[in-house]
Design a protein. Structure first.
Length: 103
C-alpha cells in the first residue's frame, strides 16, 4: 500500500532552496524510498533515530538528509537539509523521548 507524502512548510522551503539537479534527486528518492516502505531501515539509506520521538527517521540522499515521521499511512517530511546542518538541526528541533513524556 502506498503512503501519502506530506511536506511541512519548512520542508517545502528547504526543497526550494536546493539546486535544481539535487531537488530532482531528492524528489526521486522520496518516491522510491518513502512512498512504499518508509520504515524499512537499512545501513545505507533509512535510519530510525534513537532517543528521539520526533523526527523518527532520516533518509540519506547524497549530501542531503530528509527527516520525517510516519503516522499511520502518512509520511510527514519535517526538513530537507544538507548533511553539514543535520546535527545542529536535530539539536535545535529534535524532540527526545524524555521531553515527549513531559509534555
Amino acid at each position: 500500500m502506498r503512503y501519502d507524502i506530506i511536506l511541512a512548510p519548512q520542508a517545502v522551503e528547504d526543497l526550494y532552496h536546493l539546486k535544481a539537479n539535487i531537488r530532482a534527486i531528492v524528489r526521486d528518492a522520496i518516491e522510491q524510498f518513502l512512498c512504499h516502505q518508509p520504515t524499512n531501515t537499512s545501513k545505507a539509506r533509512i535510519k530510525r533515530l534513537r532517543g528521539l520521538s520526533r523526527p523518527q527517521y532520516r533518509l540519506r540522499i547524497e549530501d542531503v538528509r530528509i527527516f520525517y515521521d510516519v503516522v499511520e499511512r502518512r509520511v510527514e517530511i519535517l526538513a530537507i537539509i544538507p548533511k553539514s546542518e543535520a546535527e545542529s538541526w536535530l539539536n535545535q528541533i529534535g524532540v527526545s523521548d524524555e521531553e515527549d513524556r513531559t509534555i
